[in-house]
Design a binder for this molecule. Structure first.
Ligand code: AMP
Length: 197
């Protein structure tokens, strides 16, 4: 299986690039942000609890997101692979994901990070907020809070995968197609190695 963690701060372009990668490699897209927004739209108890945290730019508890991912991985056992987008966001989530995949006879192939600086992120998210309808994209203070949560809790997840020799990074600023090509280069090299085994 090809299991990719697409990593980067809010506004780095993970959603855009995930969509292109899914089309090219036929993978299942698992975005915890999208799953949580569906729960909110459906008015579930989980959604109501999550909304309070999301509206304040804070992370939802690890066990909640791990549980959602577990259900989805089990639903798609026959898939050629997954793109994890916006997950894992803490080291315990990464450990939970490793365990979950191991129990299902597979593992993370690589993490690829999109590198974008904080100022560019704020500009992009405020712009996205004009059309996305996402309340957490419309307030500069909230955006800074999300970026701060990323820097303190999520950035260490990169070291976790680097420790396993699975971390790559590409420049996330520039032409969408160029960034996509850079991602594909890493993935194709990885697939070749997998096929040699
Ligand atoms: P996103 O769409 O990935 O930007 O996520 C939107 C919001 O959902 C985040 O600001 C968090 O409040 C919450 N969220 C999404 N994914 C996770 C996760 N893996 N762990 C904790 N909270 C998450």
């Amino acid at each position: 299986m090809l299991n990719i963690v697409l990593f980067g701060p809010p506004g780095a372009g993970k959603g855009t690039q995930s969509q292109k990668l899914i089309d090219k490699y036929n993978l299942i897209h698992l975005s915890t942000g999208d799953l949580l927004r569906s729960e909110i739209a459906a008015g579930t108890a989980l959604g109501l609890e999550a909304k309070k945290l999301m509206d304040n730019g804070l992370l939802v508890p690890d066990e909640v997101v791990i549980g959602m991912i577990e259900n989805k991985v089990k639903e798609h056992r026959q898939a050629p692979g997954f793109i994890f987008d916006g997950f894992p966001r803490t080291v315990p989530q990464a450990q939970g994901l490793d365990k979950l995949l191991q129990d299902n006879g597979t593992e993370i192939s690589c993490m690829i990070a999109l590198r974008v600086d904080d100022e560019e992120l704020t500009t992009r998210l405020l712009l996205r907020g004009k059309t996305s309808g996402r309340p957490d994209d419309q307030n500069e203070e909230l955006i800074r809070k999300r970026v701060q949560e990323y820097n303190t809790k999520t950035a260490p997840v990169a070291d976790y995968y680097a420790g396993q020799g699975k971390y790559f990074a590409v420049d996330g600023i520039g032409d969408i197609e160029d960034i996509f090509k850079a991602l594909c280069q890493h993935i194709d090299a990885l697939k070749e190695k997998q096929e040699e085994k």
